[in-house]
Design a protein around this ligand. Structure first.
Ligand code: SF4
Length: 470
């Protein structure tokens, strides 16, 4: 589905490189391939000649980095970030990487995820005299590093990492090294690759493909990588906990050409569609998917059911960013701007419409209505995930609980509200099997909290989910 109009949004994508003369340009390409993870702001910081310098701004990567901007960012190491304005809100000051300067050296930080104890830590740090420049929870991590009494910088980073909770994939750049850390549950994806003698790190492997880098391995939960002129050193800052990789990465967020924790996203989604066809068959003439994330699912549904796949919905790729601002009024207008039914395909047909999730239900209702207006005689909605009944505290905007339609209504009630002829969601077990993580072995676990309400970490100190509906 279309993130901008749906009400589900990823917070960020991160990219880092060490040991390449074109570090800033490669970071630009890497960020461009991660643009789907955040469209509100982008930035790059490079390390060169003993100092850090950066450039950032509000907007898409191509809008922020216009001709000539990258030419002033020289150096063999860089980190970059694309941001969706959720935790901490929007605004230039919250665009990352955040750059901190002090007499003992500079550092830059890029973060994907959400710290569930940020507020608690921030209050404590403020009581000790810290002053914050941003409303982003990422800044808390920098203060914890600077306040650490450990004798080495690595020790300070590890001590800070051990105090934060929640979901985090961090890139930290200094003049001496690139530090890479993933939280002990591994909520967010983070991969390590090689480009010749250079090392690269990215939220998704599609960023490696675009620059011609080779995938090496996943960053392990609780691992701290230190990358410098001597290579990569791996240390631990916390014992590994049961893996809780975000299910929505597979269902919805990641690009189809990415591998997340070793699983190709297109293949996982196709399998979700096949499983959905087994669990929730429909008597229909065509199957169509809501672009982009549900196309792979619809292909799988069609393959398993024998009902032909058709392009029943078209996405307009040339809508200006004005229409992706996350306000309810524009979001609703955005549905029409961004999606069109193909009348010649759906008219007179019984249509299976496959989508990845129903958040508030407003978008699903509009799509069902659009298909009927285009002549579909029946619309059967099939969802490739269980109902979302709980908010996310780990960096995904899934609305507050009051706004989640499945938190208050049965499947039959939702069917009536969205105006479908039938509606079915995929089972939790079916989803895990289809993705390829069916067992509950500690290393293969998934976060299911937005479907079950069982959060893998303490969330009691959080005063709000990652985002409330705007
Ligand atoms: S609660 Fe849902 S969206 Fe959030 S990390 Fe867990 S699976 Fe992902």
């Amino acid at each position: 589905m279309l993130a901008e109009i749906k009400g589900l949004n990823e917070e960020c994508g991160i990219f880092g490189i060490w040991g390449h003369e074109d570090a800033a340009k490669l970071t630009y390409y890497g960020l461009h391939s991660l643009q789907h993870r955040g469209q509100e702001g982008a930035g790059i910081v490079v390390a060169c000649g003993g100092h850090l310098s950066g450039y950032k701004g509000l907007g898409l990567v191509t809008e922020v980095f216009q001709s000539g901007t990258l030419d002033v960012l020289h150096g063999p190491a860089a980190i970059g970030h694309v941001r969706y304005s959720t935790a901490g809100g929007g605004g230039y000051e919250n665009v990352q990487p955040l750059l901190f300067r002090s007499q003992t050296g500079s550092m830059a930080l890029a973060h994907n995820g959400n710290l569930t104890n940020a507020l608690e830590l921030k209050l404590s740090l403020e009581a000790q005299g810290s002053i914050f420049q941003t409303t982003s929870d990422t800044e808390v991590f920098a203060h914890l590093i600077r306040r650490s009494q450990a004798s080495t910088f690595v020790g300070q980073v590890k001590e800070a990492l051990s105090q934060i909770e929640g979901a985090f994939a961090f890139l930290l750049l200094t003049e001496e090294a690139l530090y890479v850390a993933l939280d002990p549950h591994g909520f967010r994806p983070l991969s390590l690759g090689r480009l010749g003698s250079a090392y690269v790190v990215a939220s998704e492997t599609c960023a490696f493909d675009v620059i011609g880098a080779a995938y090496e391995r996943e960053v392990a939960p609780g691992e701290l990588l230190i990358i410098n002129g001597e290579g990569v050193r791996s240390e631990r800052f916390a014992p590994e906990r049961p893996r809780s990789i975000c299910s929505m990465e597979y269902i919805y967020f990641a690009r189809p050409d990415s591998h997340v924790d070793g699983i190709n996203i297109h293949t996982a989604r196709k399998n979700l569609g096949k499983q959905l066809a087994l669990e929730a068959p429909a008597d229909a003439d065509i199957v169509t998917g809501v672009p982009d994330s549900s196309i792979s699912v619809a292909i799988g549904y069609a393959e398993a059911s024998g009902i032909p796949y058709e392009l029943g919905l078209i996405k307009n790729r040339y809508v200006g960013r004005t229409f992706i601002q996350p306000s309810q009024a524009l979001r609703e207008q955005g549905v029409k701007m961004k999606l069109s039914p193909v009348r010649g395909v759906v008219a007179g047909k019984r249509v299976v419409m496959v989508d990845d999730s129903i958040v508030r239900g407003t978008t699903s209702r509009r799509i069902v209505t659009m298909l009927r207006e285009a002549g579909a005689v029946e619309v059967h909605v099939r969802i490739s995930a269980p109902p979302i009944t709980h908010p996310c505290f780990y960096g995904i905007d899934t609305s507050s609980r009051e706004e989640l339609i499945a938190a208050k209504h049965s499947v039959e009630e939702i069917r009536r509200l969205i105006g479908a002829d039938s509606l079915a969601f995929l089972s939790k077990e079916g989803m895990m099997t289809a993705i390829g993580r069916p067992d509950v072995s500690p290393q293969r676990g998934q976060c299911l909290a937005c479907f079950t309400g069982q959060y893998p970490t303490r969330v009691g100190q959080v005063t709000r989910p990652c985002l409330t509906v705007k």
